[in-house]
Design a protein. Structure first.
Length: 211
């Protein structure tokens, strides 16, 4: 399940079956929120669907809403989060090493990844804890805040990064690529119809997602 936007206040939240590739449910939304995802899952269950697992982008608080359903965080989104923190071309040796570990995320197993991440943290813990003093205010702050945030994101989300691996028999995708590709195709086609009115755009999206 995932949400995409065309402009501020206009988006589509989509629930898709990864096994049949069928679009099951959608909501037009102004903003993405966890309660609407919860509503969607309950609506699908009320229609008789059995939810074996959920793949999503890891919104804060979302995983906690579904304690009884295996949750897989999209590994592609996790990689993107780390890239935002340390950039595509990090300069610090610690950041370069973390980028190399993250690059293995989609091609390794849980034990290996968590082992590498733990070794990295032990090696760079003192570096992460370095503080810089503001001589004007007399207060200090962490020197490498973005790198700390990158590690914290991985460490917090590692519980949900390998749900596919722990539940191999369920054939859970490790990314939301099936939806992301669908959204990209839809946006490309709508781009070729820039002159559509809002209502016609809605109708176009309805027909596209139905197909």
């Amino acid at each position: 399940m995932d949400t995409t936007y065309w402009k501020r206040g206009f988006g589509v939240m989509l629930f898709k079956d990864s096994m049949t590739n069928e679009n099951l449910l959608k909501y037009y939304v102004k903003t993405e929120n966890n309660q609407l995802y919860l509503k969607g899952i309950k609506e699908l269950e009320s229609k008789g669907f059995i939810i074996k697992a959920i793949v999503c982008d890891g919104r804060k608080g979302l995983f906690q809403l579904f304690d009884n359903i295996p949750m897989q965080m999209c590994q592609f989104h996790q990689v993107a989060i780390i890239r935002r923190y340390i950039t595509k071309n990090p300069k610090l040796p610690a950041s370069i090493e973390l980028k190399e570990i993250v690059s293995l995320l989609k091609q390794t197993d849980k034990e290996s990844f968590e082992g590498l991440l733990n070794e990295w943290y032990v090696k760079w813990e003192a570096f992460l804890n370095e503080r810089t003093l503001n001589e004007v205010t007399g207060k200090s702050h962490y020197t490498h805040k973005k790198l700390r945030s990158a590690y914290r994101s991985l460490n917090t989300n590692k519980k949900w990064l390998f749900t596919w691996y722990e539940n191999y028999e369920l054939r859970i995708p490790n990314t939301t690529n099936a939806i992301d590709g669908h959204f990209s195709d839809l946006k490309n086609k709508l781009r070729n119809h820039n002159g559509l009115s809002f209502l016609r755009k809605i109708k176009f999206i309805d027909e596209f997602l139905k197909a």
